[in-house]
Design a protein around this ligand. Structure first.
Ligand code: UD1
Ligand code: CA
Length: 456
């Protein structure tokens, strides 16, 4: 078969989004909408070109070297956009699949079927069309008496009679490369929007006597475009439920799909339960048999198997197996909890490694620390890691016991098996197996209360 190049048109700003950000960069379930289009094209194409213009740099940052780029300096219309790929496609003898960057529900299957139909029917151009319940805003498909494609009329150029047509242009096409560029170069701006229309190029090809076909898409949902933020919200919900559906079919329990958010790139293993009000964002990986939520947020983190996390926030952390966190704890970036670590409520842990079987009880702050195995961190323990200028490291070795409400002024080390007495403010090393105690001695005054209250 002839080679195939995919072209994604993505130079427009998307005025109706009322955004400073290019429309195709708006995210659905944590992924820019253009990435969905590129991913659907990728398996069908030998190479892909994105036509960029508005915020070209940001679009290139999002897609990186997954695609080649053509630059459209001024947005003069869809034909003009496609014409910008001429240099890159010089001498290319194959088919060109054209899509827009704002239709994130397109599938690999659609592109494959469209291409297959185009090749087997020997067409020079095939337009993917669908029957819209509300055709407003779309180009209408005009067929001749024998049902062959004659032209595509944009809404703003259409007569009232043409506006009544419900078969519309999806904006997805397959072209023979040579015929395409010859037609693109002959488009003009004589239309209501003063733009170079790609739809005019189709009409020019038909006038040239080249075979043109329509490929009718049965499920209009997959070619649905996003133009404004209401459609973005509706698309977000649809994508979210689709992700949850796949998770559930793969063996994950989703307690309340209505309130659960899992990003497109996140994964969860078999028999994991995701409870109500939970978000799993970014490239998070949740292992098997975990119990996550309710009301938990996990961002770009990796959880092993059998972890339990409830009412907590975890960002950019690694949790090994059988770790428990919460309720109401916050694990901040670059924390690594080894197997069977227990973190209680209202704890904050940042940039800290915690060894296996260590227990971190309530109201603790551990920052910039290295904590060994089987350590007990008493309630209210604080690593005093910041002196106003720099951050310092606290090291607590295996088996140490830190009593409640200790302040550990970093840099400081608590030796293996050492004890820190409750209420101590420690600023010197506590050697292994020693007791570090740093608090003023208690004094008792016999009979003081009785006298104070005048009781006899
Ligand atoms: C276009 C079609 C219309 C079709 C509809 C489907 C034309 C003239 N009309 O209309 O028949 O029903 O898509 O959604 O083609 N773009 C550029 N550079 C430009 C202009 C547009 O890159 O100069 C890109 C946009 O970023 C967008 C895509 O092309 O991704 C479509 O442009 P848009 O203005 O949304 O076209 P529609 O008016 O929707
Ligand atoms: Ca438009």
């Amino acid at each position: 078969m002839k080679p195939v190049t995919g072209v994604v048109l993505a130079a427009g700003l998307g005025k109706r989004m009322k955004s400073k950000r290019a429309k195709v960069l708006h995210e659905l379930c944590g992924k820019p909408m253009i990435s969905y289009v590129v991913e659907a094209l990728k398996p069908v194409c030998d190479s892909i070109i994105a036509v960029v213009g508005h915020q070209a740099d940001a679009v290139q940052d999002a897609l990186r070297n997954e695609v080649h780029y053509a630059y459209q300096r001024e947005q003069l219309g869809t034909a003009h956009a496609l014409l910008q790929t001429k240099c890159l496609l010089q001498g290319f003898k194959g088919n060109v699949l054209v899509a827009c960057g704002d239709t994130p529900f397109v599938t690999q299957g659609l592109f494959r079927e469209l291409l297959g139909y185009h090749v087997s029917s020997g067409a020079a151009v095939t337009v993917a069309t669908f029957h819209a319940s509300d055709p407003t805003g779309y180009g209408r498909i005009i067929r001749d008496a024998s049902g062959e494609l004659k032209s595509i009329v944009e809404e703003r150029d259409a007569t009232d009679q043409e506006k009544g047509i419900t078969e519309v242009n999806s904006g997805i096409y397959c072209f023979d490369c040579d015929s395409l560029f010859s037609a693109l170069e002959r488009t003009d701006r004589r239309n209501a929007q003063g733009e170079f229309y790609l739809t005019q190029a189709v009409e020019i090809m038909i006038r040239d006597g080249l075979p043109a076909r329509c490929f009718v898409v049965n499920d209009p949902g997959i070619v649905e475009g996003i133009n404004d933020r209401r459609q973005l919200a509706a698309a977000q919900k649809r994508m979210r439920l689709e992700i949850l559906r796949k998770l559930m079919l793969s063996g994950v329990t989703v307690e309340d799909p209505e309130t659960t958010y899992v990003d497109a790139r996140a994964t969860a293993g078999q028999d994991t339960v995701i409870r109500a009000g939970t978000r799993i964002e970014g490239a998070s990986v949740i292992g098997e048999e975990c119990d996550v939520g309710p009301d938990t947020c996990i961002i770009d983190s990796k959880l092993g198997n059998r972890c339990k996390v409830w009412y907590s926030v975890i960002e950019e952390c690694i949790l090994e197996d059988d770790v428990q966190v919460g309720p109401y704890s916050h694990l901040r970036p670059n924390s690594h909890l080894e197997n069977s670590v227990y973190v209680g409520n209202f704890a904050e842990i940042k940039n800290t490694r915690v060894g296996e079987f260590t227990k971190v009880h309530h109201h603790c702050y551990l920052g910039d620390s290295i904590i060994g195995k089987k350590v007990n961190i008493g309630a209210g323990t604080v690593t005093v890691n910041y002196d106003g200028k720099r951050k310092h490291t606290t090291v607590i070795r295996d088996g140490a016991f830190v009593g409640c409400n200790a302040n550990l002024i970093a840099p400081v080390t608590i030796g293996e098996g050492a004890y820190v007495a409750a209420g101590s403010t420690i600023n010197k090393e506590v050697p292994e197996e020693a007791l570090g105690i740093a608090r003023s001695r208690q004094e008792n005054k016999p009979g003081w209360a009785k006298k104070f209250l005048g009781r006899g």
